[in-house]
Design a protein around this ligand. Sequence first.
Ligand SMILES: Nc1ncnc2c1ncn2[C@@H]1O[C@H](COP(=O)(O)OP(=O)(O)OP(=O)(O)O)[C@@H](O)[C@H]1O
Ligand code: SF4
Ligand SMILES: [Mg+2]
Length: 346
Amino acid sequence: MTDILLELDHVARYFDVSPPWLNRVLERRGRVILKAVDGIDLAIRKGETLALVGESGCGKSTVARVIVGLYGPTRGSVRYQGVPLAGEGAITDGRRLRQTRRGMQMIFQDPYASLNPRWRVADIVAEPLRAHSPELSKAKLDARVAALLAQVGLAAADGSKYPHQFSGGQRQRISIARALSTNPAFLVCDEPTSALDVSVQAQVLNLMRDLQRTLGLTYLFISHNLAVVHHIADRVGVMYLGRLVEVAPTHELFAHPQHPYTRMLLDAVPDLEMTGKARTAVAGEVPNPLDPPSGCTFHPRCPNADERCRREPPRLRPSAANGGEAACHAVAEGRLPPRTIALAVA
Ligand SMILES: Nc1ncnc2c1ncn2[C@@H]1O[C@H](COP(=O)(O)OP(=O)(O)OP(=O)(O)O)[C@@H](O)[C@H]1O
Ligand code: SF4
Ligand SMILES: [Mg+2]
């Protein structure tokens, strides 16, 4: 028995962002391909929370969307509970595909946009259940919706209201109830608390943690907020321009970051209690993803770059210093300077 719930093998997702055909012909321009995700290997274990972090546009949401099937992978494969769901070798049995996919659900950043404003909350929460189990009687459906609302800290009477009658935090609770309606084992959460005030954010995060404990859930948790990630994640994956550059257990990553980009991100965190100002700004601009730098795509911003870095893309390799993996020549060659800023880990 394996304890791996989800596996990504060399997953890539490209977008064709070419100008229209006529413009290309008249202006003699070729196709333009944006490599939003460019070869990710990742395994998520049952019951863990794996966080994905990285600057805007590095491909976090695209990874999430490929996992839940909203986008097909351009290359590579996605396996859930050992079943190849997408990409190379994917199963074609539609029924089995739907059944397996029912095990994973996604929660989005903006609960208002993802909840139909014209529907009552009870119908919003019941919708995935209706789709997956049309044989359920109305009485059973109502009972299940009431139980789900209670599970996320809402009253059964809230089911007859509309989304606009709730606060942002309550709306995110509704999204969670809806996501849980089909009894999933795996939740993909894309910035689920980023739109919320800090105090409300903490309540929703605590709810997610409680649900994980009682229901044995596994989370992929996407956030640009490292304090939140420190609070909730067991492991962290750091992405840069469509690739994973470091993956390590959370406490190890915060205490002993290896990759220069991870160090840069952590140096910009004020402290993990979210007070005060950033000590160092994240230096440099993210390169244009349509024209990524050669070799290690981080090299124009990296204080440790050398000739090899400009030439040869580094691969993820085990890094003994934090029990994780890092994609960096300097780490592999043991020429990374010691880290000077130590985070005050609360
Ligand atoms: N449907 C699409 N068509 C074309 N390009 C896209 C599409 N979706 C994403 N991209 C591009 O792919 C790259 C990765 O985008 P993605 O939304 O995955 O990043 P992200 O890490 O989630 O960013 P953020 O933190 O801002 O949410 C970006 O350059 C984005 O512009
Ligand atoms: S491979 Fe080179 S450029 Fe890339 S992060 Fe490591 S040291 Fe910096
Ligand atoms: Mg995103």
